[in-house]
Design a protein around this ligand. Sequence first.
Ligand code: GDP
Length: 691
Amino acid sequence: MMMLTKKMIEIRNMLQTIGQSDTLTLPSIVVIGSQSSGKSSVLEAIVGHEFLPKGSNMVTRRPIELTLVNTPDAHAEYGEFPSLGLGKMTDFSQIQRTLTDLNLAVPAEKCVSDDPIQLHIYSPNVPDLSLIDLPGYIQIAGHDQPKELKQKISELCDKYIQPPNVILAISAADVDLANSTALRASRRVDPRGERTIGVITKMDLVDAQRGASILGDRKYPLRLGYVGVVCRVPHSTGLFSRGGGNITNAIVKNENAYFSAHPLEFGPESELFVGTSTLRKKLMQVLEQTMASSLQGTSDAIHQELEEATYEFKVQYNDRPLSAESYLAESLDAFKHSFKEFAEHFGRPQVRELLKRELDQRVLDILAQRYWNKPISELGPASAEPEPLSGLPKADPESLFWHRKLDASASSLTKLGVGRLATTVLANQLQAHVDHLISTSTFSAHPFARQAISEAASGILNERFYGTSDQVENCIKPYKFEIEVEDNEWSKGRENVTGSLKEELVAVEAAMKDVEARIGGKRKLKDVLGFVERVRKGDVVLEGDGVGGAGGFSSALLATGREAAFLRDRADIIKMRLLAVKSKQCATKKNKYYCPEVFLDVVADKLTATAVLFLNVELLSEFYYNFPRELDSRLGKHLSDTEVERFAREDPKIRRHLDIIRRKEMLELVLEKMESLRQLEGREKRSKAAQ
Ligand code: GDP
């Protein structure tokens, strides 16, 4: 018969994990009583160990859902807090400390919490039972306790003593039953006394006659009756029990001694209403019957719940199966796929373009620094006649000055740290692409994965950085000494630099428009420019560099004016150089001193071609090979189930999807268990009938 209770308690605990609901549960035994009525002593006598928090000011602040599991073949006795993951506790004083800590964690202003503590105790000496220990009723709050405590405790108990739970109402023999708070509370919710068991503690504190008369009480009749107990641990074993031994026997022995010392009052038939052993048996019987009679109702409720969950799963999730692992695996596959696609479209030609653009910018900087920073006429020797049509100055091919200038410029380019620059540009681009892929993938809603992927990329890039950068630098080394230019290279360079000069012109003109808008229009700009021009020529002398403004213009306006003047000059020079590059003179490499723009472009192109060759081998191919593998190792088999679960649940949509599936599965599992229980019950009934 007892197998049934065990199974029903299992089902009850499963339902508990599905979620709190009034109908979706099986009944339990709820223990209520005033403070000091001996409630803890009764529970400890049943469990066989002291494990409940003690101390004058120690009010239980949370319900304890106590599941006792009989393990007939085991020797060890231990407790477990299933939702805390602290593992098995064989030391019951450790359980006591844990319960004390959990109680103290409830903030004082909250008084009590209705969030129950789950505690399972496994022992060959306990019956299969499900009990809920509630805070003891108090008469008046102590001086250091909140005023509302009494009210709050009473409300919490009321919540639990509802049907179909069994009420274990504890009252002390030395207090008039009419004053028993537990019985009064039970009467309110169970007026006919159908599901209340009365326990009278401290039977040894009243004389036997009076004790017997309490148990036979007719004023407060209970269908399940009263049981009188003496749950005090006798002194001789009190010390011993702290050593961790089981106290049930000592209590029972002590109890028997007391009751058999009063044979008149507690004769042989009193076995039905006195003693802790009697109480245990009664609890088992009553719980089993109550649970069994609730089975049908609970099963109906589960069916209903399952139908709702199934419907929701169909409508909202299209019956799409999902698990945390499959979700991660699919997300990872999709991500790797999108990465592969990117890799196919980002190869050598793209790297080349990227790098060339970067070097083009450097070429323009060098030109600006070395050639365009002086009045343009200086580009030619002072004696040379300016060419009226194109405005192209003539550089004397024989002049050492112009040779040195061009050599120095080429040198600035080859020695600017191309290895480092090229590697940085490519690495940054790859990292940015990966970040972009993350943001458009399912991983975007998962901080944990976002970080893991980003770190996977930066890990590889950082590791390869110095090696690649050194390689590239080594390979462009020859250009630091000599640069040979072919005819076709020259014409390609000429074409290309025309393009970049035009782009630069557009950029400068756009910047000029911006300055114009900031200054407040064309006219204003012209005024400011005019003034700046006069200052430049020395027609106007500024006091203190124009810090406080001058000529009716504020200092900020003057600064903007100077910026405008610079941009205007830059635009003029670029226009002039564009004409030069397009002219016949720049059509041939022989005239490279006239055409530094073309020559430097050719150099930049050579540097790019060589750098790309090695960037491809050292960084790009390596990255493409290693990155997917690194992803696998960071987000694949390496992760524990808990980590995978935590990852998947980061996305609220996925969390809801997983929850509904889990709920459905749990409900189905519970129904299965209930079905096998029904069969077991049927078998037991048949075998009883056969006897
Ligand atoms: P709770 O506050 O209701 O949990 O009560 P306790 O179980 O802590 O008991 C209160 C006091 O009564 C303690 O000092 C116990 O030792 C004592 N006590 C409990 N049961 C008995 C009993 O059957 N006989 C006697 N004499 N004392 C008891």
